[in-house]
Write a new protein. Structure first.
Length: 186
């Protein structure tokens, strides 16, 4: 919703910096994950690492689209995503149906890109969200945006995405414990 004639809203820089700061807090918990264990699951833990990275990437893009004023899902980067109806992605692309809300992760590495590629896809999506927010104007941050069964002003949706990232960081911490991986902090 950025208006080329308007300066970015003063909230834009603060929100973009908050997104930038959140990323390393999340990614530090990914230490020790690689191609060999990216789809391993532990009892009682809902998501594995590959699912989490693909899921977050998908919703970072969806959030950027919503902030830009498009309530209908837009085409995702074709280099990063494919809609294969849950049949699996490829070594280079995430199947949106395998990582969408309500999907069930499976410990089948052939269905997900490798760990390094997942990190690239995730990082690009997060950067797109940062760039979108950084250029935001008042109409972007004040507009009511439908999300699930709720509606939020754009500013609150950005904050919600930081909390969403934190929620999945917590799940990765639980997954690490369940898989017997070493602690990252402390």
């Amino acid at each position: 919703m950025t208006n080329p004639g308007n300066s970015p809203d003063p909230r834009a820089a603060t929100l973009a910096r908050s997104l930038e700061t959140a990323l390393p807090l999340f990614t530090r918990f990914l230490a020790g994950f690689d191609d060999s264990n990216r789809t391993h699951q532990a009892p009682g833990i809902p998501n594995h690492c590959a699912w989490t990275l693909g899921h977050l990437a998908l919703y970072h893009h969806r959030t950027a689209d919503r902030l830009l004023g498009t309530d209908e899902p837009q085409a995702l980067p074709a280099d990063d995503f494919v809609s294969a109806d849950g049949r699996g992605g490829s070594p280079d692309r995430v199947d949106t149906e395998l990582v969408c809300y309500g999907s069930t992760p499976t410990d089948d590495p052939s269905l997900y890109p490798g760990f390094d590629r997942l990190m690239q896809i995730h990082d690009r999506s997060w950067q797109r969200l940062i760039d979108t927010v950084r250029s935001g104007d008042a109409s972007m941050f004040d507009r009511a945006i439908a999300w699930g069964s709720s509606s939020f002003p754009g500013e609150q949706l950005v904050t919600r995405m930081i909390v969403h990232l934190g929620t999945h960081a917590g799940q990765i911490c639980d997954l690490r414990r369940g898989l017997g991986m070493p602690r990252v902090i402390g």
